[in-house]
Design a protein around this ligand. Structure first.
Ligand code: FES
Length: 144
């Protein structure tokens, strides 16, 4: 078996690690890097599948550029509500993994459910993934 901790421990201080695969592999690499004190910005991972539920409490989404205000139902994703309104959005994975639907948040707080943004980026509340993430409150204003 690959000694991931030993590999991580012998890397120069500016090394970044990239891992893509099933959660058991990703977890082993990410945990080894964290245990070795690596900064989160140097640890990159992508899972084959993100089994996240994009439904939840209903909220209002204002699409600033489009001049639209949408009611996002509890049983639909934000992305689905936007598409129903006829607004075209780039989206590839629809599972919060690829980052193609990343959109700027102009007001409000996102309930981040993606695996694309880092913890720091999620805390900054500057952007969100429309496909899986929702609103922490009652209203989001997006740069769409
Ligand atoms: S479509 Fe891939 S992160 Fe949203």
């Amino acid at each position: 078996m690959l000694d991931i901790a030993a590999l991580i421990a012998t890397q120069p201080g500016d090394t970044h690690v990239y891992v893509c695969g099933p959660s058991v592999l990703n977890d082993a690499v990410v945990n080894a890097a964290r245990a070795a004190g690596w900064d989160a910005g140097r640890i990159h991972f992508e899972q084959f599948r993100n089994e996240v539920d994009a439904t939840g409490g209903a909220f209002e989404a204002v699409l600033q550029k489009s001049g639209l205000t949408l009611q996002v139902g509890a049983d639909e994703s934000l992305l689905r509500a936007i598409e129903k309104a006829g607004v075209k959005v780039d989206c590839m994975c629809r599972e919060g993994i690829c980052g193609s639907c990343e959109t700027a948040i102009l007001d409000g707080e996102a309930d981040h459910r993606d695996q694309y943004l880092s913890d720091a980026e999620k805390a900054a509340q500057k952007t969100m993934m429309l496909c899986v993430s929702r609103c922490k409150g009652q209203r989001l204003v997006l740069d769409l």
